[in-house]
Design a protein around this ligand. Structure first.
Ligand SMILES: *Cc1c(COP(=O)(O)O)cnc(C)c1O
Length: 430
C-alpha cells in the first residue's frame, strides 16, 4: 500500500481503509508485550473483590451480583439492512456488544474508568489499614470521611469523566473533571448534579488532560487518571475479553481456525479499544481480528500507527481539525503506549464521516430498536467496509467468511437524555 497516498486521502477527509502491515502471528507478538494474561486475571479478581461494595453503592447492579457487564446480542435485521443499503456483502453472524448499556456509566468507560478508581481505592485502603484483600469490601462504604480527604482528577471528552466522576463521588472522593470543548452539555450537567467539579476548556482533549495533570500534581492528595498512559485503565478494559468467552458459548458461536471472529471498536485516544483488543488477542490469538474505527476528522491512532510516530504526531499535523460530532472519539493525538502495544496486534483501521454515524444510528434504531450514541455507531463502519478491503483474501479467510462472526462494539448511549436523542434522529437527514 502507498502510505503517502493514504495520508493524503486522510488529509482530504476521505473515508479510508488501512490494513496493518506490522501485524504478527500472536505467538510471535506475545513475548514482546509488556502486559500479560496474568495481569488481566489480577484485574478480574480485583473487580470481584469490589462486587459487594458496588452492589451496596449501586443497587441496580444487584441482579448481576455487582459485576458490571453488558449483553452480547444477535442483530440479524441490522445485518440484512446494511447488506441491502450499503452493499456490505457481509456473511456469517453480526452481533452487538452492548457496552452502551453498562451499569453506572452507560459506556465502555464503565470498564476502564471504574476499574482504575477501584484500584486506587484498594491501594489507599490497604496502605491505611482499612481493609485486607480477604475482607468483604462492602465495608469501604462506611469510610466516606476517609476518602473525602483525597481528590481524583481526570481529563475527558465526556464519558471517561462520567465514569470516573460517578464512581469517585460514590466512594467519597472530591472529584474534578477537566472537560474539553467537545464535551456535551448534558454530560457536564449530570456530573455537577452528582457533586463533581467540572472545569471547562475551550481547547481540545490534549489540553484538558495537560491542565488536569498539572493541577493534580500540585496537590499531594490528588490522584490523576491518565487516559493516555494508564496501564490500570487498559487492564480494566481488557477484562471484557475473558467474560466474552462464556457469552459467545451461550450464543453457540465457535471461534477457531475455521470460524474467525471480527471485532470493530470505535477509537479515541486508544485505551478502550486497545485494552479490549489486547484482551481478545490473549484469549483468541490469531482467530480474532481486531479493527478500530475513527472519525475522518480525528483519526489520531491511524495517523500515529501508519507513520510510526504514535503520540509524536497529531491529526492537526496532517491538516485536519480534530472536530467531530463523535465526542467520545474527538482526540487529536493518540496514546503512544497503546499504539506501541497494538503495533503487532491490530488488523487495521477504518475511518468514518460524521454523517454516516447518524445514518447507522437510525438504521439500528429502525431495525433492532436499540439506541446508541453517534460515537458508538462508528463500529458499524467495520462490517460495512470489511469486504471492500483485501483483508479476507490476504489472510486466506475467503472460504471461511460464511462461518465468521462479526461484533460491532457499541461503546455508549444509554445515558443520553430523550430530548438529545430526538435531536440526533434529525441530524444529517439527507
Ligand atoms: C471513550 C470512548 C471511545 C474510545 O475510547 P478511547 O479509550 O478514547 O479510545 C469510544 N466510544 C465512546 C462512546 C467513548 O466514550
Amino acid at each position: 500500500m502507498n502510505y503517502e497516498q493514504l495520508l493524503k486521502d486522510m488529509s482530504s477527509e476521505k473515508e479510508v481503509i488501512w490494513l496493518n502491515p506490522d501485524k504478527l502471528p500472536f505467538e510471535e507478538a506475545k513475548p514482546n508485550l509488556e502486559l500479560t494474561m496474568a495481569d488481566i486475571e489480577d484485574a478480574e479478581k480485583r473487580l470481584a473483590r469490589f462486587a459487594p461494595f458496588i452492589m451496596r453503592c449501586f443497587p441496580e447492579t444487584k441482579k448481576d451480583q455487582g459485576i458490571i457487564e453488558s449483553d452480547l446480542v444477535d442483530i440479524p435485521k441490522m445485518k440484512e439492512k446494511i447488506n441491502e443499503k450499503y452493499d456490505s456483502k457481509l456473511s456469517g453472524r453480526l452481533l452487538l456488544k452492548k457496552d452502551s448499556h453498562l451499569a453506572i456509566a452507560g459506556s465502555v468507560k464503565a470498564r476502564g474508568g471504574i476499574y482504575e478508581v477501584l484500584k486506587h481505592t484498594e491501594d489507599l485502603a490497604i496502605e491505611n489499614g482499612l481493609i485486607k484483600e480477604t475482607d468483604n469490601y462492602e465495608k469501604l462504604a462506611d469510610h466516606r470521611e476517609f476518602f473525602e480527604q483525597y481528590t481524583v482528577q481526570v481529563g475527558s471528552t465526556g464519558n471517561l469523566g462520567m465514569s470516573i466522576g460517578i464512581m469517585s463521588a460514590a466512594i467519597g472522593y472530591k472529584v474534578i473533571v477537566h472537560m474539553s470543548a467537545d464535551a456535551k452539555q448534558w454530560k457536564k450537567d449530570l456530573l455537577r448534579s452528582r457533586g463533581v467539579t467540572v472545569m471547562e476548556y475551550e481547547s481540545d482533549y490534549s489540553k484538558a488532560v495537560e491542565e488536569g495533570r498539572r493541577l493534580s500534581d500540585e496537590n499531594p492528595k490528588s490522584y490523576f487518571v491518565d487516559d493516555e498512559n494508564s496501564r490500570n485503565l487498559f487492564l480494566g478494559y481488557a477484562v471484557a475479553a475473558k467474560r466474552l468467552i462464556g457469552q459467545l458459548e451461550k450464543l453457540q458461536v465457535a471461534v477457531d481456525a475455521n470460524h474467525p471472529l471480527f471485532v470493530y471498536i470505535p477509537c479515541g485516544v486508544g485505551g478502550a479499544p486497545g485494552g479490549v483488543s489486547f484482551g481478545l488477542k490473549q484469549v483468541f490469538g490469531d482467530n480474532v481480528h481486531c479493527f478500530f474505527v475513527e472519525p475522518t476528522q480525528a483519526p489520531c491512532m491511524a495517523v500515529g500507527m501508519i507513520t510510526g510516530k504514535h503520540n509524536a504526531i497529531s491529526v492537526q499535523d496532517i491538516g485536519l481539525t480534530g472536530l467531530t460530532d463523535a465526542d467520545g472519539l474527538a482526540v487529536g493525538r493518540p496514546s503512544g503506549f497503546v499504539g506501541g502495544v497494538m503495533k503487532t496486534l491490530l488488523s487495521g483501521e477504518f475511518t468514518i464521516r460524521d454523517a454516516n454515524l447518524y445514518h447507522y444510528m437510525r438504521d439500528l434504531l429502525e431495525t433492532e430498536e436499540i439506541f446508541l450514541e453517534p460515537s458508538a455507531c462508528a463500529s458499524f463502519q467495520g462490517p460495512i467496509r470489511l469486504m471492500q478491503s483485501s483483508y479476507a483474501k490476504d489472510e486466506g479467510l475467503e472460504e471461511k467468511m460464511a462461518d465468521a462472526t462479526h461484533i460491532a462494539w457499541a461503546t455508549g448511549g444509554s445515558l443520553v437524555p430523550e430530548e438529545i436523542r430526538e435531536e440526533y434522529k434529525k441530524t444529517y437527514l439527507d
